[in-house]
Write a new protein. Structure first.
Length: 385
């Protein structure tokens, strides 16, 4: 069962699509902003939101509570106060580095075990690696059956996304916000068009509340570079839960995220599974999945020339695309299977429950006060015969 913030987005829909029971609850969080309103809202509503989560933990008789991210401590606090084991997971690198030194001490105090989506995330969040054997590196996984690719599915997906016939379609899959760096995808596409006039760009992702101006600027910049929705060279589409149906329209996936944004986006593994070559920026733990020149291309973040060059080479070299696709599929199959992911989670939860049991024993012993100091040994008896 998952408790999800009641805010715009497709998280709840995707979880339910996977058969997970979802409870929607209002939840405020720390924000990486100097504006006081988000922090005042958290101070005003935080205790009530944690109380509601404690009630859910009790009603569900949860043995383990999983808390996500250092800016969202509600679940970890609720689980700890209810005596459940707390497994804490670091999903991405969005929290500014300086702020991590404020948020992570609380997470480390409450957690019984830690996991991070990639070793780099653990290394860059203070205190996580200090958990020793109670830290586990976890990678995302993909169900291959959901991303089977066929000529018929590709034709249908390209028709739905209105990709012009013969176009080389480059796509990004991710919410429409500045951390995804979609403007770098657009700029790279604009520079590549001089060599590849048939390039088409598709941004598949849900709208992000509060970032409407960013999306408008993205559309305006695309139009200024000659990428227009009218001729099918550019489009922004909300795929909902239908990424498996639409990803086959792409000839390449381009993940152009900026620093302090990602962990390992699942869409990279989805593209590899679907047989789509990947170009990604070197952020978060991406390079732990995309091996440059082997399973995809990795370029520096915010480097438009490197991004456009990597994409142009993919468009020019069918043999390179085929080699990257084959290696990518093999890497997903051998390292990122659902079975392996289930085993890693089970191991993490067992570590958390064992440590929580140790905490309970220590608490029970301390309730009786300190053990009495041992007295001097009894003097040996002496006898007279």
């Amino acid at each position: 069962m998952a408790v999800v913030p009641s805010e715009p987005g497709n998280t709840a829909e995707r979880l339910r699509d996977g058969g997970v029971e979802v409870i929607l609850r209002p939840m405020h969080r720390l924000r990486a902003t100097l504006r006081p309103s988000p922090h005042l809202a958290l101070a005003r509503h935080g205790i009530g939101e944690i109380t509601a989560l404690r009630r859910i933990v009790r009603e569900q008789q949860a043995a383990v509570v999983q808390s996500h991210g250092d800016l969202n401590p509600h679940a970890g606090i609720a689980g700890h106060l209810e005596g459940a084991a707390v497994h804490w997971q670091i999903l991405d690198s969005r929290t500014p580095v300086a702020l991590r030194y404020v948020t992570m001490p609380l997470a480390c105090r409450l957690a019984d075990s830690f996991a991070a989506i990639g070793y780099e995330l653990a290394r860059s969040h203070p205190g996580v690696l200090d958990f020793g054997e109670r830290y586990v590196t976890i990678y995302t996984a993909v169900d291959p059956a959901r991303f089977a690719r066929s000529a018929e599915l590709r034709v249908a997906a390209r028709a739905e996304l209105r990709v012009p016939e013969g176009a080389f379609c480059v796509g990004a899959i991710g919410n429409r916000n500045p951390q995804k760096g979609h403007e770098w995808l657009v700029r790279a596409a604009g520079s590549v068009r001089t060599r590849h006039p048939q390039i088409a760009v598709r941004v598949l992702g849900a709208a992000s509340p509060g970032h409407e101006h960013y999306e408008q600027r993205l559309r305006e910049e695309a139009a200024a570079l000659g990428l227009r929705e009218q001729d099918g060279s550019f489009a922004i589409v909300d795929p909902g839960a239908r990424v498996p149906d639409l990803i086959g329209a792409l000839d390449a996936l381009c993940m152009s995220s900026v620093p302090n944004s990602e962990g390992i986006p699942t869409v990279i593994l989805e593209a590899m599974t679907a047989g789509i070559p990947v170009v990604a920026t070197d952020v978060g733990a991406v390079s732990e999945v995309v091996m440059d020149g082997v399973t995809g291309r990795v370029v520096p973040a915010r480097d438009g020339r490197a991004l456009s060059d990597a994409r142009a080479r993919l468009a020019d070299d069918a043999a390179l695309r085929a080699r990257l696709v084959a290696a990518g599929r093999e890497r997903v199959h051998t390292h990122f299977s659902l079975e392996r992911l289930v085993d890693l989670y089970a191991h993490s939860y067992n570590l958390a429950m064992a440590h929580r049991a140790t905490r309970r024993r220590r608490a029970a012993l301390s309730a009786y006060g300190p053990s009495p100091e041992p007295g001097p040994p009894d003097a040996p008896e002496t006898g007279h015969g």
